[in-house]
Design a protein around this ligand. Structure first.
Ligand code: ATP
Ligand code: MG
Length: 562
């Protein structure tokens, strides 16, 4: 694991430190990451992964991967595989400790029988509506089910028949017998098992009763000897139930600790909503580079380090909060700035002919690969009579403060010469199609004897040597900060219609000819880009823009310091 991440301290580490002091778990720290395989992991899960695996790392403990696969109708092996890939990519390992809640179905059944025998669980014949009607409200107590005092023997018999598939779905449920007057609704005889004739991706048709989350989760923690069961805040009200089951069964007692889930603005994070974007083909799959999924961020060009630093940097909160996506972008810039090779690429090309440069001449200009890292060395960039520059680095009729190229004005070509615009060529519709310029041979970079000063340096690519590519520019998927929280409209109404722009005629410096899928670069003055892993081929390079160079987060921080 990388060294840049230091052991952090927060309210969770305080609890663990206290447990270590009192020897509550014999000095052990054993966490777990428990995804439900009903979707791809997102940046919120990354927070949870970094937290759980990070605590295990920092305390010399262990972290299990446990698939919380108790709902067969929504789960799929594709999700299991993607989850494993994403966790590994983030840099964490669970060794052989890959567990499935479904592996505990037999044990959970035994535990349920144990509770029935103790008079702590019963089979209810009420319908879902009847159960709901008797549940009460937060301010009114619930009422006992007419089946609550069913004799133990009858409960055992019915429960076994439920398991054996002798009843239709909805006919019976198994409920814990706790307290219908409890102020905590989760304690009002919560459901433990439902009948569901659904095939499970691991257990097939062996089971037709499936445990609820509340029933499966804590017992799975206990079976695995988890010491600290870290979950998000919405489970705080479930903790009394979590404890009740474990205490009634008299089994190993994990400590549940809740923290605030990570929210990010301008996106949605619920798997249900992300699935809708995929199913409605708003995006190009779960790994679309605009998605907040780990696979989307990976395809977009994010590095594992940048995501770990983000997750670590936002800390562990007790109250819900929303993080600015600019912080995530700051983290990837920070990382790629150190690692990414600089190159010159022109996204919207404008041809420039340097009329006084010899025909056929090629000069190899020395370019620095990364000013942040001398060991990355230099490379040679060919310079010729015909080059491309960025269309918006030229203005025919510039405003006062425009220092880039304009008629009669001079700019420096990065790593090359100063050129002056002499003539503008247009097509019959008046569009600028080409510039005629002259260069000053005395101004070669590194050998400039002219004493000239120009106010702008622009990037360029030799026309003869240019590599063609498609470049995809991404913007936020939603144009509203909190699309999921909006009450008036459905989140889908806030989609940003211009979140993807595809440029087909980009010109890259020849160095990029051999770029491989996933390779990351800084295109000078434009941002960080990576070779798309899905659509790029040796013949047709496709690049994704990871992030622009403009750093709004650094600005926000600077302003707040003033
Ligand atoms: P969804 O409600 O979108 O289905 P989930 O929370 O049910 O998401 P799980 O697969 O159950 O998704 O999550 C696995 C683990 O990741 C859980 O421990 C959960 O608390 C944690 N987790 C999920 N979303 C976030 C988030 N936004 N921030 C921090 N942790 C999260
Ligand atoms: Mg969940």
């Amino acid at each position: 694991m990388s060294e840049e991440i230091k052991k952090s301290s927060n309210f969770i580490t305080e609890i663990i430190d206290e447990h270590l002091k009192t020897n509550k778990y014999q000095g052990k720290v054993h966490t777990r990451f428990p995804p439900e395989p009903n979707g791809y992991l997102h940046i919120g899960h990354a927070k949870s992964i970094c937290l759980n695996f990070g605590l295990a790392r920092d305390y010399n403990g262990l972290c299990n991967l446990r698939f919380d696969d108790t709902n067969p109708t929504k789960e799929d092996i594709e999700y299991v595989d993607s989850i494993k890939e994403d966790i590994k990519w983030l840099g964490f390992t669970w060794d052989e400790r890959e567990y499935y809640a479904s592996d505990y179905f037999d044990k959970l059944y035994e535990f349920a029988v144990q509770l029935i025998k103790k008079g702590k669980a019963y089979v209810d014949s009420s319908s879902a509506e009847e159960i709901k009607a008797l549940r009460g409200t937060p301010t009114e107590p619930g009422k006992n089910s007419p089946y609550r005092d069913r004799p133990i023997e009858e409960n055992l018999e019915l429960f076994e028949k439920m398991k054996n598939g002798e009843f239709n779905e909805g006919k019976y449920v198994l409920r814990a017998k706790i307290d219908m007057a409890s102020p905590n609704l989760n304690m009002r005889d919560p459901i433990m098992y439902r009948i569901r004739f659904a095939e499970h991706h691991r257990t097939g048709n062996k089971w037709c009763i499936y445990p609820t989350y509340d029933w499966a989760h804590g017992q799975s923690d206990s079976i695995e000897g988890i010491t600290h069961s870290i979950c998000t805040l919405e489970f705080e009200n479930h903790r009394p139930l979590y404890n009740w089951f474990i205490e009634e069964l008299g089994i190993h007692h994990s400590q549940q600790i809740e923290f605030a889930r990570l929210n990010l603005n301008y996106t949605v994070m619920s798997k249900r909503k992300l699935l809708k974007l995929v199913e409605d083909k708003i995006v190009d799959g779960w790994d679309d580079p605009r998605m907040p999924t780990i696979s989307g961020l990976r395809r977009r060009g994010y590095t594992p380090e940048s995501i770990r630093n983000f997750a670590e940097g936002v800390g562990v909160a007790k109250r819900d909060n929303t993080i600015d996506v600019a912080l995530l972008e700051f983290r990837v810039r920070e990382d790629l700035n150190k690692k990414a090779q600089r190159v010159m690429s022109v996204l919207r090309p404008l041809k420039v002919v340097i009329t006084n440069y010899p025909d056929g001449k090629v000069e190899l200009m020395e370019a620095v690969n990364n000013p942040e890292d001398e060991t990355m060395g230099t490379r040679e960039v060919p310079f010729t009579k015909e080059i491309y520059i960025e269309h918006d680095d030229f203005m025919e009729d510039p405003p006062k403060k425009y220092f880039r190229l304009s008629p009669g004005n001079e700019v420096r070509l990065r790593y090359a010469y100063i050129i002056k615009c002499e003539e503008v060529i247009k097509d019959s519709e008046g569009n600028i199609t080409e510039l005629r310029c002259t260069y000053d041979p005395e101004t070669k970079s590194g050998h400039d004897t002219s004493g000239k000063k120009v106010k702008a340096t622009i990037h360029w690519v030799s026309a003869e040597h240019a590599v063609n590519a498609e470049v995809r520019l991404y913007d936020r998927l939603f144009s509203y900060e909190d699309p999921a929280g909006a009450k008036e409209k459905d989140f889908m109404e806030y989609l940003n219609p211009s979140s993807l722009e595809i440029l087909n005629d980009c010109k890259l410096e020849p160095y990029l000819k051999d770029a491989k899928k996933g390779d990351k670069f800084q295109f000078e003055r434009l941002g960080y880009f990576c070779v798309d892993t899905k659509y790029s081929t040796d013949e047709n390079l496709v690049f994704n823009r990871t992030v622009t160079l403009r750093d709004t987060w650094a600005k926000i921080q600077k302003n707040s310091e003033q």
